[in-house]
Design a protein around this ligand. Structure first.
Ligand code: NDP
Length: 328
């Protein structure tokens, strides 16, 4: 089978990634073997293809935190050969071999049946980034967000999470404002469903006043850092921010004033250890609420051999939308 293998030179500590032909017998233990059709590229994959970012424990390693394909063999009664499945998270592609290979072997508990109406390619156009965007939208709705409440901000809008969040929210009738550092992506973001664009510089500064004008009814935040701190002070009374990512930094230089005086909610979103039932709910919502023609517009097709270059690009914020990797 063909796989993207990351090896580490023990002398220099440096890693390198290459497509290799390897024996299927090297696959890790697991109940279900899947013939992988498509995988994708997330920020975390960029780390795992490259220096590891502390996520990968042992080498040689096969990255790929997401995959979709067809069950080949199964020792678990929930899955039979021929079933279409999707996997995101559970530290697959980090501590367990992942989706950048023609085959993957995993625990049955980690899989989700592919929802009706979604192909394996579309599922990987969604991937962890899109799945997380849906979890964020669901969390905002669970905390009372409706289109009538006002404008919703999406930060890191031209990235993977941001693109899918913009398309879902736009389709659900929300007025979406997208923050981007790439003004050339304005037409793309508007085509996905953003009503207006906010320049990154406008909102990236350190908090000077703990409260600003009440501007956003909700926010899907892929950036974190100073931008998230700023956004908290701009939330409307009772509004919620779904904190998804840290593309702009892990520190949160904020004050607690927006929580105390405006009842603002900061909702943490984790896609990796998300319980099964909520995964099924989120994938069902994706099949229903994400317009497939908009998803198609986000796709950047790639093969296994393209991944080292694309992995480096995503770490620099240089990938637009969603990379779909044809593994076959
Ligand atoms: P992408 O690289 O595709 O998107 C991130 C976007 O953030 C970029 O496209 C860019 O958008 C913006 N950005 C990048 N650097 C900066 C910066 N220094 N300051 C401000 N904005 C910046 O990554 P993903 O969409 O796949 O992931 C986004 C974040 O979400 C990552 O931090 C990732 O680790 C996290 N994540 C978390 C998950 C969870 O379970 N909580 C699951 C999936 C992802 P633009 O060019 O439009 O400005």
């Amino acid at each position: 089978m063909r796989a993207l293998i990351v090896e580490k030179n023990e002398d220099t500590g440096k890693t390198s990634a290459q497509v290799q032909e390897i024996d299927e017998a090297r696959l890790p233990d697991g109940e279900v073997t899947v013939a992988v059709e498509y995988s994708t590229l997330n920020y975390k994959d960029g780390l795992c293809i490259g220096p590891g970012g502390g996520l990968v424990r042992t080498y040689p390693h096969v990255p790929g935190i997401d995959f979709a394909g067809t069950v080949e063999t199964s020792d678990d009664p929930r899955y039979a050969p021929g079933d279409k499945v999707v996997l995101t998270g559970w530290r697959v592609g980090e501590v367990h071999w992942g989706g950048y290979a023609e085959k993957a072997r995993v625990k049955a508990d980690w899989l989700v049946p592919l929802p009706e109406g979604l192909s394996t390619r579309q599922a990987m156009a969604v991937g962890t980034a899109g799945f997380t965007a849906m979890l964020a939208v669901m969390a905002l709705e669970d905390h009372g967000l409706t289109p009538e409440k006002g404008e919703v901000l999406v930060t890191g809008a031209a990235g993977g999470v941001g693109s899918v969040a913009t398309a879902i929210l736009g389709n659900l009738g929300y007025r979406v404002a997208g923050v981007t550092g790439r003004p050339e992506q304005e037409a793309y973001l508007k085509s996905l469903g953003a009503e207006r664009i906010v320049a990154r510089e406008e909102i990236n500064e350190t908090v000077k006043r703990p409260l600003e004008a009440e501007t956003w009814a909700g926010c899907v935040d892929a950036v974190g850092g100073a931008m998230l701190a700023r956004v908290l002070g701009q939330m409307a009374y009772g509004g919620s921010v779904a904190a998804v990512g840290l593309a702009g930094g892990a520190a949160l230089p904020a004050t607690v004033i927006p929580f105390l005086l405006r009842g603002v909610n900061l909702l943490g979103i984790d896609s990796v250890m998300q319980p099964y039932d909520n995964r099924v709910r989120a994938w069902g919502r994706i099949a229903r609420d994400l317009p497939m023609e908009k998803l198609e517009a986000m796709i950047h097709p790639a093969g296994l051999a393209d991944l080292p270059e694309l992995g480096a690009a995503i770490l620099k914020g240089g990938v637009r939308g969603r990379v779909v990797v044809d593994v076959t």
